[in-house]
Design a binder for this molecule. Structure first.
Ligand code: PLP
Length: 414
């Protein structure tokens, strides 16, 4: 191919490059659990990593492979492994790449379930430092001899803080530490973590990539930037059998996916794959809607504060403008004390009270009473989570309908 295709063209025509049967435009849903071989040597080659092929669907399936190719193209990486959920992707990466005695530096603003699974790993002897990753100094101070991984997200949920992505990348390269970026909030359409030096990129496919709230999925993409032969936790067997650049992703596929078993179903892979075709269109609309909603909320009497990277008063607004193609669909806002937060939410007619994000539909949730409920009032106060904080995941509705819904729910005499 002479010229590299654009983001959407590449996704739309990706399956055809794999030559599906009868000229199909989509990779079919392959439900077979296992594959038969004419000669046993064919099966041996697959087991011994000498040939590409399928043995058992837990560790590889053609429908899932087609989706993995798409994500690899979106992130412009070298290979991707898909999982049943974003959490399965994160857990599997940890299982595959860390050992007791290792140290991980993680953002203190991580997605709640990610933070919980890291707590579980710390019970198993992995040391974790949680830092405010919006400032590089906190990451460098936390660094130790046994630091193996720095783990951050692009835009934090629900506070929308943005990690100091580029400087952390430079630091990780200097120290030969693996830099993992969870790109779920921005998605590869708005941002590619490879440009700041991430070695692995995680996406919850459930969110913007699938986009329709009808399938769970997760992925890990190797950007090709990390030198795996220097990584201490690559097994000896792996080193003998696998090309150096594929050591990391192969160990994730084997120790993470095959042994961990968090396999993406071919049906879900198909839904996500079809959903991903319109990610650019959806996100352009979502970002546009979100900007309007954020500006509207900022002026709406009854709203005390709005957190959205597109607003000029956001602490990392300049960084977001420099790195991202758009500011995303997630925001959070604090209501005045005199407004009953639950009443406000109940008065919303169009916007759905729901915990997901990245759906085509706009979803709202009170943060302290739900996703941060278990922390209790004191921990929430420490973390700067207001009791009247609402998270909004903006969808693709007609924007005026969203503004009207928010306005009528406020029920103030204007
Ligand atoms: C939702 C989410 C996950 C987990 O993904 P699931 O597909 O729900 O398991 C991980 N990281 C971030 C930033 C998320 O928003």
């Amino acid at each position: 191919m002479s010229k590299k295709r654009g983001f959407t063209s590449a996704i739309l025509h990706s399956d055809r490059n794999l030559n599906p049967e009868f000229g199909a435009l989509h990779q079919p849903i392959h439900t077979s659990v296992t594959w038969g071989y004419e000669n046993v040597s064919g099966l041996l080659d697959v087991f011994q990593n000498k040939a590409r092929g399928y043995a058992y669907s837990r560790q590889g399936n053609p429908t899932v492979t087609a989706l993995e190719y798409k994500i690899t193209q979106m992130e412009q990486g070298i290979a991707t492994v898909a999982f049943s959920t974003g959490m399965a992707a994160i857990t599997s990466v940890m299982l595959a790449l860390v050992k007791a005695g290792d140290h991980i530096i993680a953002s203190k603003y991580l997605f709640g379930n990610t933070r919980n699974i890291l707590h579980t790993f710390s019970d198993m002897g992995i040391e974790i430092s949680y830092v405010d990753a919006t400032a590089i100094g906190n990451v460098t101070t936390a660094y130790k001899e046994n630091t193996r991984i720095v783990f951050v997200e692009t835009i934090a949920n629900p506070g929308t803080q943005i990690a100091d992505l580029e400087r952390i990348g430079t630091f990780c390269r200097e120290k030969s530490v693996l830099y993992i970026v969870d790109n779920t909030m921005s998605s590869p359409y708005l941002f590619r973590p490879a440009i700041v030096g991430a070695g692995l990129v995680i996406n919850s496919l459930t969110k913007y990539i699938g986009g329709h709230g009808d399938a769970l999925g997760g992925s890990v993409t190797d950007t090709g930037l990390f030198c795996w032969s220097e990584y201490s936790n690559i097994t000896e067997v792996m080193r003998q059998q696998i090309k150096p650049e594929l050591l990391g992703i192969t160990q994730i596929r084997k120790k993470g996916l095959r042994d961990g078993g968090g396999t993406l179903s071919p049906e879900a892979a198909h839904s996500i794959s079809v959903g991903s075709e319109t990610i650019a269109l959806r996100l352009d609309r979502i970002c546009d809607n979100a900007m309007h909603v954020a500006e509207f909320l900022q002026k709406l009497p009854g709203v005390k504060k709005v957190n959205y990277p597109g607003l000029t008063d956001h602490a990392q607004h300049k960084l977001a403008s420099a790195l991202f193609k758009g500011y995303g669909g997630l925001m959070s806002f604090v209501l005045d004390d005199k407004i009953d937060i639950l009443g406000f939410l109940d008065r919303l007619n169009l916007i759905i009270k729901s915990s997901n994000l990245g759906d085509n539909r706009t979803l709202a949730i009170p943060v302290a009473q739900t996703i941060f409920y278990e922390l209790g009032v004191e921990r929430r106060a420490e973390m700067g989570i207001d009791e009247s904080l609402i998270r909004l995941s903006v969808g693709i509705e007609d924007c005026q309908d969203l503004l009207d819904d928010l306005q009528q729910a406020m029920q103030l005499k204007l």
